[in-house]
Design a binder for this molecule. Structure first.
Ligand SMILES: N[C@@H](CCC(=O)N[C@@H](CS)C(=O)NCC(=O)O)C(=O)O
Length: 224
């Protein structure tokens, strides 16, 4: 199986870390987002969205990180995506929460506008208002994450075992390290991130991310 990916991509890393934990052998095909390789016609023939990641399992081409994670978990029978209907529904619920609620405000409201020129708003005032909005909404979501998902004495989002929701969630949070987020007001979140970081393969999967974070050290950002 091939995975088209970029190592600094949040949604690529979810799949990379899960695959590493499950011992799933993937042939990694680098799509260099920094040079615009994802806009090349050859890549758009693979994924017309011009985004990573993409899984190619013997010609079965699958986009969307959530679908890829579920497909790989199904293929290996991973307990990270439990077979029990209600346990699986909890994992789906948490995954949907991150993609639908959290990411839009945190990623598109707070992180990306501060990092990428094409996310910059047209005026300074509009730009500052976007970031303030993103920060406020993010604070609210983090409160829910800290108290509701992680506030029941559970080690991971859906209980005491790592599930697909943890791979999704933790990558969406550590992305914030790029703009100096420490989640200082949210002890359960910090502890959970620590537990995820202590799992095997974290360092190798996050080498590019860590380098990106280090390259931004000393810059002024608004974080949470
Ligand atoms: N919904 C997609 C999102 C994919 C996505 O946004 N990928 C980013 C990397 S994190 C990308 O390829 N960005 C390239 C660009 O925006 O030009 C998924 O979950 O797989």
């Amino acid at each position: 199986m091939k995975l088209y990916y970029h190592p600094a991509s949040t949604v690529s890393r979810m799949v990379m870390l899960f695959a590493a934990h499950e011992g799933i052998a993937l042939d990694y095909v680098l799509v260099d987002l920094m040079t615009g390789a994802h806009h090349a016609p050859e890549y758009k023939a693979v994924n017309p969205n011009a985004l990573v990641p993409v899984l190619d399992d013997g010609g079965f081409v699958l986009t969307e990180s959530a679908a890829i994670l579920r497909y790989l978990a199904g293929k290996t029978g991973s307990k990270a995506y439990p077979a029990d209907l209600r346990a699986r529904a909890r994992v789906d619920e948490a995954m949907a929460w991150f993609y639908g609620n959290y990411y839009k405000d945190f990623g598109y409201g707070l992180v990306y506008p501060q990092l990428f020129p094409h996310h910059r708003r047209r005026t300074d005032e509009a730009h500052a208002a976007t970031i303030e909005w993103g920060r406020e909404k993010t604070q609210r979501w983090l409160g829910v994450l800290d108290a509701h998902f992680l506030g029941r004495g559970n080690a991971f989002l859906c209980g005491d075992d790592v599930t697909l929701a943890d791979y999704v969630g933790v990558e969406m949070l550590v992305m914030g390290e790029l703009v100096g987020c420490t989640f200082a007001d949210f002890p359960n979140i910090r502890a959970w991130i620590g537990r995820m970081k202590a799992l095997p393969h974290w360092a190798e999967v996050h080498a590019a991310h860590d380098g990106f974070v280090a390259s931004l050290a000393g810059k002024e950002f608004v974080g949470v």
